[in-house]
Design a protein around this ligand. Structure first.
Ligand code: ADP
Ligand code: MG
Length: 732
């Protein structure tokens, strides 16, 4: 109880009820009031109103809990000693033991500095102080053992350390210098208020001194035991003040597990709520449309993977539960046909369907190919995009309301409020990573009972990320390409090989093939981008002169009708080369195009490069992807290009992408706001992700409503999280 008394005496800390605290000590896994963690940071010793203000503004630290969750980004090993002979400039920090042999003031009147000579038995290095010379001269003892700590650098071929930390060896034995020392992020403004990394460390220490005896636990004893996790207090102590490396690692695993566990639990619970709350339309029969299409109109035999996925979807839609399924399939694996056949099942059962695409080009293309596939089957298809004329739009709205239209294809225009269906039963969202969570959720309002939803993506997502981003979706995978496809040959060429590349393009064009040349979007300035593209276009027109060659241009700033016009010309083989920005990245299908040239390829992300490459290799011809770069490449750029040259496997590419960029950058995650992770990393902590997910599934199976006393702490924390998530729980 002594700690609690101390807290009372400090005066600035809100009172903790001793009886309550005692109770928690006995039942420590019971939810404790989070009073301690919610205490304003202002009341911590060493903070006060002004620093509190700065901590809030600069680091978002409002409470004790926030400070505890401000984790070190690395540790300095104060147990390891180097020798002077081992000191090199590429070491981040070193700790040495030895003596200072001399101290001399150098420089001129304008700028004086202090030079010291430090030696151990292996050799010596130079120490430098630009400030505080007087104090050093008066306090440092020559020829006495010191422990020295600092960042070595090289100057005039000599190793030196600027402003080293010094500690008398005789005094160091008990100090903080004997453990791993946490290093924290801080900001210039905080440093000006004395809160640098060391300052934060001091605050952490002050906080640890007033930890309540019973620290609020968030996991159950069962889970702690099963995964050999340390308790929460232990974790928070050892993440900031590790006793040793093992304890620090254990603390890290515990905290990462907690983050990932609650994330998974949130997703799993949302899924549970959805299946309990929403009934699904039952597609009981496979009827005339499906069967007629299958026997009379299917232009090619389905791959086994396509058949399997159609079966999976059919099963879902007949189960009485509302389906939310993610369909992953590499570029060109034939997702559209799967979508179409499932829509036919919905139509057979008397429902309307819709197919939403992220761009007008793609929506147009879908409309055309679906019309082509369905031929004279008498199915009513409509296309609704931003450029649909008002009169036509009104007609479509009416026909949706009275149920005439059976398939509606379109862009975002689909989710405008005026669009009302009579009986919408099945929704397909193509290239879903382009859509925000918000947009997807608005589809739900189109009918009282939510339709079945199939989201399709050609950006393969590694398993652990899929678990996290789409943890509440079921996942189907098309892992097989239609037969006869040749792998796209991918090469890397530098700008100095341009003539050869152009020669190759001319040969391909002579064989009747077509070529894409893509320029990157450099987000900082659209004007510059457009100029790059225009300059490139002009140069290409010169190198590929009319009338022998015909070149068209396509970019996002063009009017929809113009874009469509250029796309159609290319599709009809009226132009040989399409110079474009990434507007063609998604889904565009021109089977006769056999070469994809990507300019400044190092500027593109991996998944984008893979998408672009997927625009070729869609016909029977051997296709090529040529990645053009300057001579100089950064490390990441080089690895991206290398990965592209080495593999065509979208999943391998996605894994590399995740490791290179981190999940925060993966398309779709930025807007999802779902990854509230401070310590865990979906890419690097895949094992813990899986552990957390399995643990969540097990818990929900055993105690779906968190009724067991042992699970009350989990329930409390989850409740907070779900409240914060608000309406998002309804979102697919
Ligand atoms: P994605 O999965 O990238 O959306 P698409 O649906 O556009 O791929 O299909 C790519 C091309 O492959 C299209 O021309 C499509 O008609 C064709 N295709 C789809 N399934 C098969 C199949 N089983 N056999 C042959 N070609 C197919
Ligand atoms: Mg597609």
């Amino acid at each position: 109880m002594s700690e609690i008394k101390d807290i009372h005496l400090s005066g600035s800390f809100p009172r903790i009820d001793a009886v309550q605290a005692l109770k928690h000590k006995v039942y420590f896994w019971q939810p404790m009031s989070s009073e301690f963690l919610d205490t304003s940071i202002e009341f911590l010793k060493g903070v006060g109103p002004q620093r509190a203000e700065a901590l809030k503004k600069e680091l978002g630290i409002f409470t004790f809990g926030d400070l505890l969750h401000h984790f070190p980004f690395r540790y300095v090993d104060r147990t390891k000693f180097y020798t002077a002979a081992e000191a090199t400039a590429d070491l981040p920090y070193i700790q040495l033991k030895g003596q200072i042999k001399s101290l001399i003031i150098k420089g001129d009147k304008r700028r004086k500095y202090l030079i010291g000579r430090f030696e151990d038995s292996t050799g010596g290095i130079e120490l430098k102080w630009f400030q505080g010379a007087k104090w050093i001269l008066s306090s440092v003892k020559l020829n006495t053992d010191y422990i020295l700590f600092g960042k070595p650098s090289e100057f005039n071929g000599q190793i030196n350390i600027v402003h080293p930390e010094l500690e008398l060896a005789s005094e160091a034995a008990t100090g903080i210098a004997s453990t791993l020392q946490a290093v924290y992020n801080s900001t210039e403004k905080l440093k000006a208020r004395g809160i640098d990394s060391k300052g934060i460390l001091r605050l952490q220490k002050n906080l640890q001194l007033i930890f309540p005896t019973s620290f609020p636990e968030t996991l159950s004893i069962d889970i702690l035991k099963e995964h050999h996790l340390v308790d929460r207090k232990d974790a928070f102590v050892n993440i900031h003040f590790p006793e040793n490396v093992q304890k620090q690692k254990k603390a890290e695993v515990r905290i990462k597990f907690e983050e990932l566990f609650f994330l998974q639990l949130k997703l799993l619970t949302q899924k549970l709520i959805r299946t309990e709350k929403y009934r699904g339309f039952v597609f009981g029969t496979v009827g005339d449309y499906f069967n007629r299409f299958y026997t009379e109109h299917l232009p090619f035999p389905l791959t086994e993977a396509q058949k399997r996925v159609i079966r999976e979807i059919r099963q879902d839609c007949g189960s009485g539960k509302q389906m939310n399924r993610l369909l992953q399939g590499d570029v060109g694996s034939g997702k559209t046909m799967v979508a179409l056949m499932c829509m036919l099942i919905a139509i057979d059962n008397g429902y309307q369907t819709s197919l939403m695409a992220p761009t007008e080009i793609l929506a147009n293309q879908h409309a055309e190919s679906l019309r082509g596939f369905l031929g004279e089957m008498g199915i009513q298809i409509a296309l609704l995009t931003g450029s649909t004329k008002a009169a036509q739009r009104r007609k479509i709205h009416e026909q949706l309301k009275d149920g005439t239209i059976q398939i509606l294809i379109g862009t975002h225009a689909l989710i405008e409020d005026t669009v009302q269906f009579k009986k919408l039963g099945f929704v397909v969202i193509d290239e879903q990573h382009r859509f925000g969570v918000e947009q997807r959720s608005r589809l739900w309002t189109k009918s009282d009972q939510p339709p079945h939803v199939l989201v399709m993506t050609a950006t393969p997502i590694p398993r652990t990320l899929a678990m996290t981003l789409y943890g509440d979706l079921d996942v189907s995978v098309i892992d097989e390409m239609p037969p006869g496809r040749k792998l796209v040959k991918t090469v890397h060429r530098s700008d100095s090989h341009r003539l050869q590349v152009w020669g190759f393009l001319k040969k391909e064009i002579e064989l009747g093939r077509q070529v894409y040349i893509v320029y990157p979007l450099i987000e900082e300035s659209e004007k510059v981008d457009l100029k790059n593209l225009q300059d490139g276009y002009d140069a290409i027109c010169k190198d590929f002169p009319a009338p022998k060659y015909r070149v068209s241009i396509l970019h996002g700033r063009m009017k929809a009708a113009d874009k469509d016009f250029e796309m159609q010309r290319f599709l009809r083989k009226e132009t040989n080369i399409l110079v474009a920005t990434t507007v063609i990245e998604v889904g565009v299908n021109v089977p006769n195009a056999s070469v994809m040239v990507i300019e400044n390829a190092e500027r593109f992300g991996l998944s984008q490069l893979h998408q672009l490459r997927g625009r070729v290799g869609r016909g029977a011809d051997q296709s090529y992807c040529i990645l053009m770069t300057g001579a100089k490449l950064g490390n990441d750029g080089r690895l991206r290009i290398k990965t592209m040259v080495e593999t065509n496997d979208g999943f391998k590419i996605a894994e590399t992408d995740l490791l290179l960029r981190g999940p925060g950058d993966t398309e779709g995650t930025r807007q999802s706001g779902m990854l509230d992770l401070k310590l865990a990393d979906i890419a690097k902590d895949q094992q813990i992700v899986i552990m957390a997910r399995d643990s969540g599934i097990k818990l929900l199976k055993e105690d779906p409503h968190f009724q067991a006393p042992a699970n009350q702490s989990i329930r409390e924390k989850l409740k907070q999280i779900m409240q914060r998530a608000g309406n998002w729980s309804r979102i697919s």
